[in-house]
Design a protein around this ligand. Structure first.
Ligand code: SF4
Ligand code: MSK
Length: 665
């Protein structure tokens, strides 16, 4: 990392820039500064791939050609083992989130979870069908209990196949069985990776990575999918609603409670508690005008798309929210929570409140979540925040907010394209077949302070739109686009190419579909599956002109997502740098071997232009393989609101001639 960067070099987000300048003025540390100050590991790029600490004969760092570890382990073995372990950790994190949601559903079904109930009984029946749970004659509570127990059993299952595997296209299932990567049980696959990467076990890079794929699939088609589906059952399946995003959503005169992390279970209860008249009165009794909730990271996505709670931004906004001086409490649960928060909070009045039984951070207040008394705990947290309002010092809230339209669940896209009686992906497939839409890109994943915040996400998304590529997003990538105004209906008129613009105008959808949190990448899997099951785009996910991207990734969960997407047949491109760069063999396996065996691949590309070029090249290659007409931008865009808008400045006669006389605008 070079010398200290300017605020503009650290982030393209205006609100972040302002608060980075304030942090510097106050002499406060942030991840941006730490990334600049922390000397990079002397091994350099791809360092994690050539450093092994799996036993205490090491750690072994292989810096010279042909060198091996004390045990004889090669660079390829070490690179494969390290990547597999990261994928296992990411899978464990997502899947454990799914387990917690399943236990909450069970407690709700048994009448023991205060404040929770099944909000989407239709989805409950759909999930019951995937599990083969009979629905006839059962009350919602009985069915919810049976479904929750089935889901919980998948974690400890030892043999057979996970139930959701059968939701994939037939050809995909056959490819998994042929290559030997069908997951048996969720926990089992995580343990399998930890075992096989222990010193003296699996030392064949391809074989190690095959195990990693099976583990990742246990996440994507197992733990994460359970998290998404059962969250929908408990809290409602998302549908679009207008929300607000960026640090300007914090309020000068209200008690600000920022909800950060991943699981919707407690945050949903805090949303309920904060709207109770007694607690609003309590806040007023402390001198505040009311209670304002805002989210950060994926907790934000969960409550934004279901409850319309505004978002204060993505991963790198977490510290900056505290720098406003306006946050009474930052409530965190699991994943992506910086340990730096309590230290930073010490400079203000903010209380950082940890809530998960799995997560404690020195210097924070711990109020432990228990689904049996969730609403009472939520009320206690809200009260604690209100009590803290009087301790506020100077407040600087940037004046930046943007409209955002999140909530494009798989179910809603189905409805949006086909209506209630003929819900279908047919129109989307037709638009791709005709070339109005060139292909689909899923731009997902994190921020990383080693690169400029939001820059790669938003540049790539705009370029894809220009090229008539429909973009779906989750996690912090979705919030990056949201902050730049890309997740609105108007964005189609401003940024989309002519064909994509026509489709957006006809359906009313934004050109960027916000599908949820990082655990909700499973929604992308189910969308791709349904596209493959409709006619016109082949029979498998690997046939579809689609690419997955994580240009600013940083977490092990991102690697798990990348691996399960590749195993599901998608071409996946990651930015930043390759964790396996020093092993040509492993690089080749992720790219060529996985593509040959499963039709998907995982490659690392550090340059945005190259990422764009490779994505479009892959999309066009898939179009050609399907026998579709080559993409041709100029064929479309002769109709719709945009055209009328272009004509608005013309004299009346010219406009009439253009509109009704068959003259192109
Ligand atoms: Fe070194 Fe082998 Fe031990 Fe790894 S497992 S630390 S390469 S001796
Ligand atoms: S929060 S995993 S920084 S997307 Fe899901 Fe964002 Fe990445 Fe965490």
């Amino acid at each position: 990392m070079p010398k200290k960067r300017t605020a503009e070099e650290r982030s393209i987000d205006h609100a972040s820039q302002q608060l980075l300048i304030r942090a510097d003025q106050l002499g406060l540390d942030t991840a941006f500064a730490r990334a600049e100050n922390l000397a990079a590991c002397p091994i350099g790029a791809g360092q994690s791939g050539i450093c092994c600490k799996n036993c205490f004969m090491g750690p072994c760092r292989l810096t010279k050609d042909g060198q091996t570890g004390v045990c004889g382990a090669t660079v390829s073995t070490i690179a494969a083992r390290n990547l597999a372990r990261a994928i296992a950790a990411g899978s464990a994190a997502h899947s454990d989130h799914g387990r917690d949601v399943a236990f909450t559903l069970l407690a709700a079904a048994e009448g023991e979870a205060q404040g929770y109930q099944v909000r989407d009984p239709i989805k409950l029946r759909a999930v019951a069908a995937y599990y083969g749970v009979p629905v006839e004659g059962k009350t919602t509570a009985q069915l919810a209990k049976d479904v929750a127990q089935k889901a919980i059993a998948e974690f400890g299952q030892q043999r057979g196949e996970l139930a959701f595997i059968k939701r994939a296209p037939k050809k995909r299932q056959e490819a998994w069985r042929r290559y030997g990567v069908v997951p048996r049980g969720i926990d089992r696959e995580v343990v399998d990776i930890l075992h096989r990467t222990h010193m003296g076990d699996d030392q064949d890079a391809e074989h190690i990575l095959k195990g990693a794929l099976r583990c990742a699939l246990a996440d994507g088609w197992g733990g994460s999918m359970i998290a998404t589906e059962l969250s929908d059952v408990l809290f409602g399946t998302p549908s679009p609603k207008v929300g607000q995003v960026n640090l300007g959503v914090l309020k000068k005169d209200e008690v600000n409670i920022v909800l950060h992390g991943h699981e919707p279970t407690l945050s949903e209860m805090i949303v309920a508690a904060a709207s109770e008249p007694e607690l609003i009165e309590y806040a007023q009794s402390k001198g505040a005008a009311g209670i304002n909730l805002a989210g950060i990271c994926c907790t934000s996505n969960e409550i934004l798309l279901r409850q319309g709670v505004p978002s204060a931004g993505n991963f790198l906004n977490q510290e900056l929210a505290l720098v406003t001086g306006a946050v009474e409490a930052m409530v965190v649960d699991v994943q992506c929570i910086m340990q730096a928060l309590p230290n930073l909070a010490d400079h203000f009045h903010t209380k950082v409140i940890t809530t998960s039984p799995k997560v404690k951070i020195d210097g924070s207040l711990h109020i432990e979540f228990d689904e049996h008394h969730a609403l009472d705990i939520a009320r206690q947290i809200v009260r604690t925040a209100c009590d803290n309002y009087a301790n506020r010092g100077e407040v600087v809230i940037p004046d930046d907010t943007q409209d955002i339209i999140p909530g494009f669940s798989h179910e809603y896209i189905n409805y949006m394209l086909g209506g209630s009686y003929r819900a279908s992906f047919r129109p989307l497939n037709d638009a791709i077949v005709s070339g109005r839409i060139r292909g689909v890109v899923a731009d997902v994943g994190c921020n990383n302070p080693r690169v400029t915040q939001d820059k790669s996400h938003t540049w790539l998304v705009q370029e894809f739109l220009k090229n008539d590529v429909l973009v779906v997003q989750t996690g912090c990538g979705a919030l990056a686009s949201g902050k730049m105004g890309l997740v609105t209906g108007e964005a189609a008129l401003k940024y989309a190419g002519p064909g994509l613009r026509e489709v957006c105008e006809a359906t009313g959808m934004p050109p960027v579909l916000h599908m949820g949190s990082c655990v909700d990448n499973t929604r992308v899997l189910t969308v791709l599956t349904q596209m493959a099951q409709e006619t016109g785009l082949g029979e498998d996910i690997s046939d579809i002109p689609a690419v997955g991207l994580a240009p600013e990734w940083m977490s092990e969960k991102a690697l798990a997502i990348g691996a399960y997407a590749a195993a599901s047949g998608a071409a996946v491109i990651f930015g930043i740098e390759s964790p396996v760069a020093y092993s040509d063999e492993v690089t080749e396996i992720l790219d060529k071997v996985w593509e040959k065996e499963l039709g998907g691949k995982l490659i690392f590309v550090t340059n945005d232009d190259e990422m764009l070029a490779k994505s479009l090249e892959h999309i066009d290659k898939k179009r050609a393989a399907l026998g579709l007409a080559p993409y041709e931008a100029a064929r479309f865009g002769k109709s719709g609101d945009w055209r009328i808008q272009q004509l608005e400045n013309l004299p009346v006669e010219a406009r009439t001639e253009a509109l009704y006389g068959g003259v192109a605008a």
